[in-house]
Unconditional design. Structure first.
Length: 148
């Protein structure tokens, strides 16, 4: 079952046959997500600015989850590939904030019950360069919920 139309996948630079199978689903976020330094700078301004910014980014990711037709899973392991337009931001800066926003959006969109230990088995995150097509590819590997 394809989660992204072949036309949408082609536009995003993703191979359509790698989109999904029975236990894996994928969605793509166009552009890049904010880094940790950006989140910290928003928090320095005020709590309202920080929460408003984080909420808008969470909604942007949740919208992509909806467009891709991602279905709820009991638990998951995430594989995140950040394609940055250049190498200006440090990988830890990119991965840490991106993971937080993505997990919050998955919970907000009802894909996982919560983003705690029972539902999140792990996250494999990488940062790569693609100057022509910055994006974030997220693969959801279905797992069973832990009993603790």
């Amino acid at each position: 079952m394809t989660r992204i139309s072949p036309e949408h996948a082609k536009r995003l630079g993703v191979e359509p046959d790698k989109i999904s199978d029975k236990d894996n689903q994928m969605f793509v976020i166009e552009g890049r997500l904010p880094g940790l330094n950006e989140l910290i700078n928003k928090a320095k301004v005020s709590h309202e600015v920080y929460y408003g910014f984080k909420k808008s980014e969470k909604q942007r990711v949740a919208d992509e989850i909806g467009v891709a037709g991602v279905e709820p899973v009991p638990a998951l392991k995430l594989h995140i590939r950040h394609f940055e337009p250049d190498r200006r931001r440090d990988p830890d800066n990119v991965m840490s904030a991106g993971m937080k926003i993505i997990l919050d959006a998955l919970n907000y969109a009802g894909i996982i019950e919560d983003d705690g230990w029972r539902c999140v088995w792990g996250v494999d995150s990488r940062v790569l360069k693609d100057a022509d097509n910055p994006r974030v590819e997220v693969e959801i590997e279905k797992r069973m919920k832990r009993n603790y």
